[in-house]
Design a protein around this ligand. Structure first.
Ligand code: NAD
Ligand code: 0WE
Length: 266
């Protein structure tokens, strides 16, 4: 029997089979969890439906949810509550900034609107989804998990305002952990290394970033969505019952390096 047997999880953030959320769903299903999903818009519905089918999940438990709309967030839990009497796990794997925010210098690219949108979609959405989910999560050893990136605390070229949004997201995760701990809800983050997903496609120089991880990480490689999924399954299971408010890096060790030389020592 898997270590998530009997757990019911809602996964927010699948856009394709390469999504980090898809790797998480795969690991959860393998460990025996039952899954429900949201999708951002109709364009993505069939992709999420196919993933749910492949993982042998109930394809009735798919809900539209643009996280910028409070009514769509409320509707998810209202509808999910008709089938499930409670929820054990909420996965938040959502991030977005307008494309013009992710290129060029920080000062040059940042705008008031770009700041507002990136913080709304990438950080406030964790608080909003958590707030709506609490009635179904409380009193049952539940867990909330979000996905962050090291640019929350260390400067990464071009990540720009998304770095600020991830800093806000990580702080939000800790405030949620402190507030919801007494209700039996743990809240954690995985800080993932760069992975080629849809959110990475078309970002100038992304190949170079993957190449950097291959050179600079202690493991000399990038990470996979399967590895992120396995860590997510652990953190959201009762195996991690003593862990809350924590950011766990799944990045082949890139974040520990303060300086990196070429293999030949130059
Ligand atoms: P992805 O494109 O597969 O997933 C991003 C998801 O965000 C998509 O499912 C998309 O539908 C959703 N989304 C965006 N705006 C939304 C909105 N308004 N309402 C609802 N959903 C919305 O890419 P991914 O790499 O799997 O990203 C998932 C998470 O992982 C993000 O938080 C991202 O910042 C984080 N992350 C990614 C990497 C990486 O290198 N790919 C590294 C570290 C952290
Ligand atoms: O969090 C992310 C990606 C977030 C992201 C990606 C996009 C692309 C499409 C947010 N918003 C958008 N908006 C779009 O229009 N990552 C951690 C992957 C990533 O993105 C980068 C990176 C890395 C790593 C952007 C610049 C520099 C490094």
């Amino acid at each position: 029997m898997g270590f998530m047997a009997g757990k019911r999880a809602l996964i927010v953030g699948v856009a394709s089979d390469r999504s980090i959320a898809a790797g998480i769903a795969e690991a959860f299903a393998r460990e025996g969890a039952e899954l429900a999903f949201t999708y951002q818009n109709d364009k993505l519905k069939t992709r999420v439906e196919k993933l749910a089918q492949r993982l042998q999940q109930n394809t009735d438990l798919l809900y539209p949810c643009d996280v910028s709309a409070d009514d769509e967030i409320d509707a998810v839990f209202e509808n999910l509550g008709k089938t499930w009497d409670g929820l054990d796990v909420l996965v938040h794997s959502v991030g977005f900034a307008p494309r013009d925010q992710l290129a060029g210098g920080f000062v040059e690219s940042i705008t008031r609107e770009g700041f507002a949108i990136s913080h709304d979609i990438s950080a406030y959405s964790l608080a909003a989804l958590s707030k709506a989910a609490v009635p179904m999560l409380e009193g049952r050893n539940a867990a909330i998990l979000t996905l962050t990136y090291n640019a929350a605390t260390q400067v990464v070229p071009n990540y720009n305002v998304m770095g600020l949004a991830k800093a806000s997201l990580e702080s939000c995760m800790r405030f949620l952990a402190a507030d919801l701990g007494p209700k039996g809800i743990r809240v954690n983050a995985i800080s993932a290394g760069a992975v080629k997903t849809l959110a990475a496609a078309g970002i100038a120089g992304f190949r170079k970033m993957l190449g950097y991880a291959e050179k600079a990480s202690p493991l000399r490689r990038t990470v996979t969505i399967e590895e992120i999924g396995n860590t997510a399954a652990f953190l959201c299971s009762d195996l991690a019952s003593g862990i809350t408010g924590e950011t766990t890096f799944v990045d082949a060790g890139v974040n520990i390096m303060g300086m990196v030389f070429d293999e030949d020592g130059s």
